[in-house]
Design a protein around this ligand. Sequence first.
Ligand code: UDP
Length: 554
Amino acid sequence: MENTHMETECPTLSALAWTVIKNRYLARNCAGDLIETPADMFHRVAASVARADRLFDTGADLSKTTERFEAVLASLAFLPNSPCLMNAGTPLGQLAACFVLPVEDRPEAMCQTMKEAAIIHGACGGIGFSFSRLRPRGDTILQACGGAEGPVAFIRQLDRAAARTDQNRRRPAANMAVLEISHPDIEAFINAKQTRGELRHFNLSVAVDDQFMECVNSGRNYPLVHPGTGKAVGRRNAEEIFERMASSAWQTGDPGLLFIDRINRDNPLPRMGRICATNPCGEQPLLPYESCTLGSINLTKVVENKEINFVELDRLARTAVHFLDNVIEINHYPLRQIEEASRSTRKIGLGVMGFADMLILLNIPYQSDRAVAVAGRIMSRIQRSAEAESASLALVRGNFPCFEHSIFPKRGVRLRRNATLTTVAPTGSISLIAGVSSGIEPVFAFRGRRRINGILYDDIHPIYARYQKDQKPIPKEVFQSAWDVAPEWHLKVQAAFQRHTENAVSKTVNLPGSATREDVRQVFLNAHAMGLKGITIYRDTSHGDQVLNTCTVN
Ligand code: UDP
């Protein structure tokens, strides 16, 4: 009953979107009954985010801004990250998806990190940690009988704690563990997820620097460095370690790589410290205690008569930047340090979803030079519009507080409300709500079954379904699934987006089950050579518990 009633109230939502929204997003009373419709949810979010305008202009017309925000949300043309949809205008009020916490090599600081992680997970946030400062396993600890446990043991402790805080949550506790390639425990880290079921709440990424990549390319050894003393404590063959990472990723998908020098070349605040970690899915590099709210434009909404409406794209990007800057103002931050850091840099991450669907609507195969060109044009346009909006916000609201310490004054930029503006997120949940392909990924499968909260749903791609309904022949060259796209084209699309994205781009290179370890190694090498900030691969069947069962177009 409940289902039918709500569906008629929000005809734009698919059955799958409805299930996701009902189970995880809509507000409920203490008895667990729904107390809002999807339309109410969009109004709740729009009205509470619009309210920030009054902080800068007491005469601001809130109903006008609310209407503008509500229009883009309810039409599914722009959606903020899940915590914002879930919590805006509610007592929890925590709206950011991404956090990075510091990890210090002192027992009391490590306990503090565990506590802070539990608080953030309880507030729907995902966390990235760099464990590179922890002393290696077996290292002596003054006044203690045994040796240090090392980074991997601490990651396991955090994982167990995350499993506990995961109960009764609307969002799984997601984490990213980063370790520098020169850490003495790097091999244990690379192998940490080889046993099935281990570290379910963690993605692993090795922070790889350019010097290491040079050693890989020239077959040289590289030093392992003690994080406390800075002294070399061993040497490894770079090529062998590189192969081990590829082999491990071939087997389980982990680790991914973060090209840490490339990330730091785009660090807008180098004087505030080197970036060592990203959020769980890798798209948002952050300094310790920073947070970021993401938002994504639904690209299918800017296609008209098989053409891209760039004026509409500009309008959506500017509305989205205004929205996300307001979010920084009204967010209930889970920790004081996070509030301070987030407000001083005011990082936001505007990106896209439905890129693959947009290509289908434009009749362009994903695996084509035209698709790569469209990717570049779309993202450069979003970046430019985002800069324009951030500058006009700065005119009224002021530059972000750390502006003078940033790279912008030297570049001649005078107005900037936000230290970063663009990020391409995975949009794993919000793309389901919008009913479009996720992020910039190719369509995973045109017909398949998707498991949501343990229940399997038929999942037929909407554009594909329309072709079937109209009994039109399916143009197979345009309906390319992730498995039809060769790895180098995945990378070319990722690189095209990255060129115009200030933060990073979330992308998984899907490989068929028959792919070899050498194929993975080659993808890793190419990703670095193409200037990407990170790389994640997933080989079909390597986990055995996939979300989707594919069914090819026929
Ligand atoms: N995230 C999380 N738990 C999840 C999914 C995502 O903490 O189950 C965080 C994580 O930092 C991730 C970011 O949200 O990198 C963005 O993920 P996505 O775009 O898939 O989130 P959505 O807004 O679609 O839920």
